[in-house]
Design a protein around this ligand. Structure first.
Ligand code: ZN
Length: 263
């Protein structure tokens, strides 16, 4: 069996980490919390399996207040992913109107540049779906999704992918309401956590999903890679990915047709 690295669709790294410290993290879509954090990444193409995003986290009050749409747009032109962005009505001290201003800008930029968006929707699943209707984006990825079955079906119909965290992997909606071709796996690994721990955390999510989906863990990993390959093609972001990651994505067989209508 050839080696297929783990693929983490949503994690965080302290930007001061060196490429050496990140080399055992597997393939990662690395989210940033603020434009300051993303700025250094837009100039770095040092990690062969890490794709960096530009984000502004809904709980980060300083980043939200300082959010500059032009600067965000310029960073998004150079980076393959937008994230982490989103809405949070429970744990955020940022006023909702400020969160919405940032989130709407992120969606407008994602629509204009065709970027996948990794979306925080904790306690705001309904609001996030309303925003997706308002401004459709090419590849929305709902991270750590807690929406109910009705909202989940709505999200599927809106074209969403779901990056599944271990804390939510046992939820039955990922078996009953989400087509397998929309599933990704994530760790939401913390900023200060050791990057080399990510593959183990991804294995644990893959195990939980393998039970849910009645597949082997290897099949879940292959599924996540195929779905990633598909979303890379859908958004057309291959030229912005590190070359080895882009090659791995391009090697995945297309996942078609979509089966949203079955749900
Ligand atoms: Zn996160």
């Amino acid at each position: 069996m050839d080696h297929l690295p783990s693929l983490d669709a949503h994690a965080h790294f302290d930007p001061r980490r060196t490429p050496d410290e990140l080399q055992d993290a597997g393939a990662v879509l690395a989210m940033t919390l603020s434009l300051d954090e993303a700025t250094g990444r837009a100039n770095a193409d040092r990690e062969p399996f890490i794709a960096w995003g530009v984000g502004c986290h809904p709980r980060k009050i300083e980043a939200q207040v300082k959010f500059d749409p032009d600067r965000f747009g310029a960073l998004a032109e150079r980076l393959p992913i937008i994230g982490e962005v989103g809405l949070d009505t429970r744990w955020s001290r940022v006023p909702l109107d400020v969160q919405l201003r940032t989130f709407r800008t992120a969606f407008q930029v994602a629509a204009k540049l065709s970027r996948p968006v990794s979306i925080h929707s904790y306690s705001a699943t309904r609001l996030v779906l309303d925003e997706l209707r308002r401004t459709p984006v090419p590849v929305p990825i709902l991270h750590w999704w807690t929406g109910n079955a009705t909202e989940t079906r709505e999200a599927v119909a809106l074209g969403c992918y779901f990056s599944v965290h271990s804390a939510v992997a046992r939820r039955s909606v990922f078996r009953t309401a989400v087509p397998p071709e929309r599933i990704l796996v994530e760790s939401d690994h913390g900023w200060a956590d050791p990057p080399a721990a990510i593959p183990c955390r991804i294995e644990w999510v893959e195990h939980l999903l393998s039970v849910q989906l009645q597949r082997t863990q290897r099949q879940v990993r292959e599924l996540a890679w195929r779905n990633f390959g598909d979303l890379v093609r859908e958004a057309g972001i291959a030229p912005l990915l590190p070359p080895r990651l882009a090659k791995r994505a391009a090697a995945q067989p297309p996942v078609a047709p979509k089966t949203a209508e079955l749900f």
